[in-house]
Design a binder for this molecule. Structure first.
Ligand code: 5AD
Ligand code: SF4
Length: 439
């Protein structure tokens, strides 16, 4: 979502004459769009600011044009005041629901440092104010349809930084998707912290939205992320079996495999209910690739609890999965819980979990070898003549092929697997290249 927000910030600034710089050295204005989800991400902001300070000093010192530095995103929202105090190099701070006001903030900052706009949660006002035109490059795009979270998992800062659940009206989403498709976008990923809780008014659910977007000419691939198991409705599960454009890939975080831990996390599902849900999804779409998020070392997690997570992972079989050490976030209920787990134990558990997840991912990749899959080509590869694209299962794949195929979907025979990607070869004649998902 930060990628989407960053692109939209560029859209807001373009009418003021701003364009993208190649790096901070060439920039008059730098925005750090930040993440507060784990301590490491938040701490990175301060080290980045240290680096930017040098560049800023060098520019002004040499009699250059100077540089304005803004911090945006969830660190700005959660720690704006502290940021301004700790990092005098920062000129302004803007939260995730206020960045449409960047032009006014920049004008005010030119008069005096210290503008901070982070407090209000008004996603509606933001989306209304954002320019309708989006500058896109490439054949894939993100599209935020939902923001915020009412779930209050006890480890998570999102409900405090992004605010309550809000869904954009379906008409606005459809218009944005149509405009993307008219600019050559073939694949759109619908975004939301709880995207499957989407409720766009007048009965619009994510399932209905996906069906409607699937009718847009040229928009051949639809994905969505991130989902909560609790909001995985029958209509959405059915859509996975019925909507051709809906890709067979689902990111469905479970977080842990022990019911005791899930309860302490306030997840409102059990390991068993998650497994049954996975069964129903696979019944609707047998080839679906599953992904998720897992946390190790939540307060009070015992060896047996952790083993339950490994058992669940073995039972699900993920195609790709994200795993994190629990990070104690200020202001969240879990931060105040007793029996915090030692860092060394977290490290060891994460390594054991990752060994299984890596094996599952490689296994999933190996199973695609020998198959012919439709690949959407996104860009050229590192070596001349190479193209990189994605399979329906979100695997990166490279082939030898003409640059003219970028933006097209073409059948690829998968020949091998690497650590992070597949390799393959184009099959059939170039005439078979554009537009069809059918391989
Ligand atoms: N510590 C570790 N991981 C976290 N996540 C959210 N909050 C924390 C935290 N405090 C993870 C969850 C979530 C993903 C986006 O980040 O797994 O699904
Ligand atoms: Fe955070 Fe997701 Fe839980 Fe919401 S549902 S509190 S965003 S982990």
């Amino acid at each position: 979502m930060n990628v989407y927000d960053s692109e939209r910030m560029a859209d807001v600034l373009r009418p003021l004459g701003y364009g993208m710089a190649d790096g901070p050295e060439d920039a008059d204005f730098v925005i750090l769009n930040t993440c507060h989800i784990r301590e490491k991400a938040a701490e990175k902001v301060y080290s980045e600011l240290g680096r930017l300070k040098e560049i800023k000093l060098a520019r002004t010192g040499a009699g250059g044009a100077g540089m304005t530095i803004a911090v945006a995103g969830c660190v700005a929202q959660a720690e704006g005041e502290e940021l301004m105090r700790r990092a005098p190099v920062v000129d302004l701070v803007v939260g995730p629901q206020a960045y449409h006001q960047l032009p006014e903030l920049i004008a005010r900052t030119a008069r005096s440092r210290g503008e901070r706009l982070a407090a209000d949660f008004a996603p509606e006002a933001k989306f209304d104010a954002l320019p309708k035109a989006r500058a896109v490059s490439g054949c894939t795009a993100f599209l935020t349809v939902q923001e915020g979270c009412d779930k209050f998992c006890t480890f998570c800062v999102v409900p405090y930084t992004r605010g309550a659940e809000y869904s954009r009206p379906a008409a606005a989403v459809i218009a944005e998707a149509e405009s993307l498709a008219s600019q050559g976008v073939r694949e759109v990923t619908l975004l939301g912290q709880n995207v499957n809780a989407y409720a766009g008014g007048q009965g619009w659910t994510l399932a209905i939205l996906v069906r409607r977007l699937g009718e847009i000419p040229g928009l051949d691939r639809i994905r969505y992320t991130t989902s909560h198991p609790r909001d995985m409705g029958d209509d959405l599960i059915a859509a996975h079996g019925e909507v051709e454009a809906l890709m067979p890939y689902l990111h469905l975080p479970v977080q842990a495999g022990s019911d005791r831990v899930l309860k302490a996390m306030n997840r409102a599902h059990t390991a068993e209910s998650y497994l049954r849900l996975v069964e129903r999804i696979r019944a609707a779409r047998p080839d679906i690739a599953l992904s998720g998020d897992l946390i190790v070392g939540f307060p009070g997690e015992s060896d047996a609890d952790f083993e339950a997570t490994l058992d669940l992972v073995r039972e699900v079989g993920y195609a790709a999965c994200f795993s994190f050490k629990y990070s104690r976030r200020p202001g969240t209920p879990a931060a105040a819980m007793g029996r915090q787990v030692d860092e060394a134990v977290k490290t060891e558990r994460l390594a054991r979990l990752n060994a299984i997840l890596d094996e599952q991912r490689h296994g999933f990749d190996r199973d695609t070898v020998g198959k012919t899959l439709p690949v959407l080509f996104e860009k050229t590869g590192r070596n001349p003549g190479q193209l990189i694209g994605k399979t329906p299962y979100l695997q990166a794949v490279w082939v030898e092929g003409p640059v003219s195929l970028i933006g097209a979907i073409a059948p690829v025979h998968i020949g091998g697997t690497g650590p992070n990607s597949l390799s393959g070869s184009l099959t059939g004649s170039p005439a078979a290249a554009p537009s069809s998902e059918a391989a």
